[in-house]
Design a protein around this ligand. Structure first.
Ligand code: CDP
Length: 241
C-alpha cells in the first residue's frame, strides 16, 4: 500500500480491469455451498473469492471460556496457500489474526448473542483466491452464512473497500490498486440503519477525500446488499420448488 510506482492504474478514466472509478467488480454470491456447515456462502468480487462457513449456536468448550450472560462469536479469517500466485505460507500470521478480530467486531453488532448465554457461534472465512479487498469479501460472505445458518440477526452487514489510485477515488480495489494505490479503506456497515461496523484506512487522504469515499462506500454497500438479498432469495426459492 502506498508504494510509489510507475504502474498506471487509471488510463482515460478506465481502471486496469476496465472499470469506471465507482464500479464494483462482478459480484457473485451463492448461499449454502458447504453441506456440513449450519450455514455457508461463497462470495466473489472479480477474482477475489471467499468461502464462509458458520457453525452454531453450539455449546462452548472448554467450559471456562463460556460467558454466563451472553453467547460469543468467534471468527477466523484465513488466506489459503493457493490463493495467491506465490504460495502463501500456511497458518495464522499477524495479518490474519488482525483481520479475524476486525471481522468479529464488524459482525457482532447485528447478532442477538445475549439471548444465547454460554454458547458460541463459529464463523470461518477462507479466501481461496486473493486479488485485493479480501477482508470485506470475507465479511460479506460471513454475513450471508450467518443468515443461512439461521442465527438471529437484526440486519445484514455489508462491506466494501474504497480508496485512491492514480489520484482518483475508487470503489472496490483490486490487488494492483491495493498494492500500488495511494490509499485503501476497508468499510462495513448495516446499510438499513447507517451504523458503520468497520472503518480501516491505510495510506494518505485528505479529510474531503475521506468524506467522499464514505459516500462512495455507502452507495456501493446499498448495491451489494441487494445482491446479498438476491442470493438468499434464490436459495430459498430453489429449495421451495
Ligand atoms: O485483502 P485486503 O485488501 O482486505 O487486505 P490487505 O492486507 O490490504 O491485502 C491486500 C491484498 O494483498 C490481498 O487482497 C492480496 O491480494 C494481497 N496479499 C498477498 O498477495 N499475500 C499476502 N500474504 C497478503 C495479501
Amino acid at each position: 500500500m502506498g508504494h510509489k510506482s510507475d504502474i498506471k492504474l487509471i488510463v482515460d478514466g478506465k481502471r486496469t480491469d476496465g472499470r469506471t472509478v465507482d464500479q464494483c467488480r462482478e459480484v457473485t454470491m451463492e448461499v449454502n455451498v458447504i453441506p456440513a456447515a449450519d450455514g455457508s456462502a461463497k462470495v466473489g468480487f472479480g477474482s477475489t473469492v471467499a468461502l464462509a462457513s458458520v457453525y452454531g449456536p453450539r455449546e462452548l468448550f472448554p467450559r471456562f471460556m463460556q460467558e454466563s450472560d451472553t453467547g460469543i462469536l468467534r471468527t477466523r479469517y484465513n488466506m489459503a496457500p493457493f490463493s495467491v500466485d506465490d504460495r502463501k505460507k500456511p497458518g495464522q500470521d499477524r495479518r490474519s489474526q488482525e483481520i479475524s478480530k476486525v471481522m468479529k467486531h464488524a459482525l457482532e453488532p447485528v447478532l442477538f448473542l445475549q439471548e444465547f448465554p454460554k454458547v458460541t457461534v463459529d464463523a470461518f472465512a477462507e479466501v481461496i483466491q486473493a486479488d485485493g479487498s479480501t477482508r470485506v469479501t470475507g465479511i460479506n460472505a460471513v454475513s450471508l452464512a450467518l443468515v443461512a445458518a439461521g442465527i438471529p440477526m437484526s440486519h445484514m452487514v455489508t462491506a466494501v473497500s474504497v480508496g485512491k489510485a492514480d489520484g482518483e477515488l475508487v470503489t472496490d480495489l483490486n490487488g494492483k490498486e491495493d498494492n500500488f494505490g495511494e490509499a485503501d479503506m476497508g468499510f462495513a456497515m448495516v446499510h438499513d440503519t447507517g451504523e458503520v461496523t468497520l472503518l480501516q484506512m491505510d495510506g494518505e487522504l485528505t479529510l474531503d477525500e475521506i468524506k467522499k469515499l464514505l459516500d462512495m462506500a455507502q452507495t456501493a454497500c446499498g448495491q451489494i446488499l441487494e445482491k446479498q438479498k438476491k442470493a438468499l432469495r434464490d436459495f430459498y426459492v430453489k429449495r421451495g420448488e
